[in-house]
Write a new protein. Structure first.
Length: 106
């Protein structure tokens, strides 16, 4: 009998699997909401991040990470509003500038 016979066999560590409750949607919504708030001055990126954040936030409402999903929804909504407003201001500024050029005021 060897001195190692009574010891427990070597156990391999199990890999970590994604959390089964799907809280990744809530965290993704929060990250996308923060991104949409930070890059609202570039409307296409801000709008895309805001819309994706809203979609992930609604999917995350069904998980245990409900507070993070609500935070993501709020941040995505704020970023979406800012990006839309900034886009409208940019568009009206461009249209106004083109109209002045056409009238010969510039």
């Amino acid at each position: 009998m060897s001195r190692y016979d009574d010891e427990e066999p070597y156990r391999r560590r199990r890999r970590r699997t994604p959390h089964p409750d799907g809280s990744g949607y809530a965290v993704t919504a929060m990250v996308l909401g923060i991104v949409s708030c930070l890059v609202f001055c570039c409307p296409p990126i801000g709008l895309a991040a805001g819309l994706a954040g809203l979609a992930c936030g609604f999917a995350g409402l069904k998980t245990r990470a409900r507070k993070a999903a609500i935070t993501g929804l709020v941040l995505s909504g704020v970023g979406l509003t800012f990006a839309t407003g900034f886009g409208v201001l940019m568009a009206t500024g461009v249209v106004h500038e083109q109209a002045e050029k056409a009238n010969g005021r510039n």
